[in-house]
Design a protein around this ligand. Structure first.
Ligand SMILES: Nc1nc2c(ncn2[C@@H]2O[C@H](COP(=O)(O)OP(=O)(O)O)[C@@H](O)[C@H]2O)c(=O)[nH]1
Ligand SMILES: [Mg+2]
Length: 366
């Protein structure tokens, strides 16, 4: 069998998992003995040198490959790139921290060799599976997220949030252009993107305890999850990034008014001075919030990038403001008296301008 065709690619997204790399390869080697497989590490340039650790093994073992992504973060997009980087007919995704049970892989592969299954999912929530030593808080959060995603999914899958699954690679390539690639729930993304329901089987496993490194799933990741769901439901009407950008813009108006009120009413400052300070405060607030949330995956870091980004954002927004006022004034002239509608269209044009240019020039450069 070893000399035969490549059967399976195991995609392993990693961020700071250096200590787990050799163990994982050894475990895959054992679990997949007699199968023709390759492992693809997709590492987001981990500071701990995970990619180097994987390359050190890859020099000796041709089954191991490494994709090192620079300047990008994101579990879903890492999985997609890994899955599209193989000639194997079947791909599995497994965490790099040994929490998933790799001994399930041969059974998953055998199931996919039958004609009528598209995806095999490792599930913590079918009989025989488990969440291991999770605390109650995490079990509750996970149960909530699972419930929510089942609503969106309309499929009777017990563990749609699972990060451990195997799928035919032609299906992934076919669905890839329509994936939202945001956040960390790639399986959910694949299942919801498919025009016809994917045929799935679930196999139970117990989520292991992490012994090396630490979890990257923080609160912002939970927000990303909600964003991914939003994207699936309304993303076609209003793109998720634009919705976030606009929501943050509305917050910015609040900041502007609060600062202006404090300075002008509270401290009796000159109106123009108050306006200038309020505008700068709102602009800075919007810049940092967009950097942390809307463009989290392309976040600017360090003084130099942040300063460059802030300046370009300020210039773009200044032009956006001129366009906003100009268009509103023009419409107001044309449709005598429709002041509110004119103003709103001005705001919308300004917002689209700010969004389009800042996504290209402020957050699109590094
Ligand atoms: N390439 C890449 N891998 C990631 C990223 N975030 C997490 N991972 C990897 O995804 C897997 C699951 O993440 P983990 O933090 O263990 O999630 P948890 O098990 O739910 O706590 C691990 O192998 C991580 O190293 C990321 O932004 N990019
Ligand atoms: Mg983990």
């Amino acid at each position: 069998m070893i000399d035969g065709l490549l059967e399976l690619a195991v995609v392993i997204p990693t961020f700071n998992e250096k200590a787990n790399v050799p163990t994982l390869i050894a475990k895959l080697d054992q679990a997949l003995a007699g199968r023709n497989w390759e492992a693809i590490f997709v590492d987001d340039d981990s500071p701990d040198g995970t990619a180097d650790a994987a390359r050190a093994i890859a020099r000796l073992d041709k089954r191991v490959r490494v994709i090192q992504r620079i300047g990008r973060r994101g579990l879903s997009s890492a999985c997609i790139e890994g899955m599209c980087a193989t000639a194997a007919p079947v791909v599995a995704v497994i965490d790099g921290d040994l929490q998933h049970d790799e001994t399930l892989l041969p059974a998953m592969l055998d199931l996919l060799k039958g004609a009528d299954i598209d995806v095999v999912v490792g599930s913590r929530f079918v009989d025989g599976g488990g969440t291991g030593e999770w605390d109650r808080d995490r079990v509750a959060k996970s149960a909530f997220a699972t419930k929510l995603s089942r609503r969106v999914l309309k499929a009777d899958l017990s563990d749609p949030m699972s990060g451990f699954f195997m799928i035919r690679s032609d299906i992934v390539r076919h669905l890839a252009p329509g994936l939202s690639a945001i956040g960390f729930k790639i399986l959910l993304d694949l299942l919801t993107a498919s025009p016809q329901p994917l045929r799935f089987v679930e196999l139970p496993y117990t989520f292991r305890v992490r012994t090396e490194g630490e979890s990257k799933l923080d609160h912002v990741v939970a927000l990303e999850y909600l964003i991914a769901l939003y994207d699936r439901m309304f993303g076609r009407v209003v793109p998720v990034r634009f919705a976030m950008f606009s929501a943050i813009g509305v917050f910015g108006v609040g900041i502007h008014m609060a600062v202006l009120t404090a300075l002008f009413v509270g401290f009796g400052a000159n109106f123009l001075a108050g306006e200038i300070v309020a505008t700068l405060a709102a602009l800075t607030f919007n810049f940092f919030l967009n950097n942390a949330l809307t463009y989290r995956d392309r976040r600017l870091k360090g003084w130099r990038q942040l300063l460059d980004g802030w300046v370009s954002f300020a210039v773009i927004c200044a032009v956006g403001a001129v366009a906003n006022v100009g268009i509103a004034a023009f419409l107001y002239e044309m449709r005598d008296g429709a002041w509110a509608a004119s103003a709103l269209i001005g705001v919308l044009v300004g917002a689209v301008w700010n969004y389009a240019l800042s996504s290209k020039f402020t957050w699109g450069r590094y």
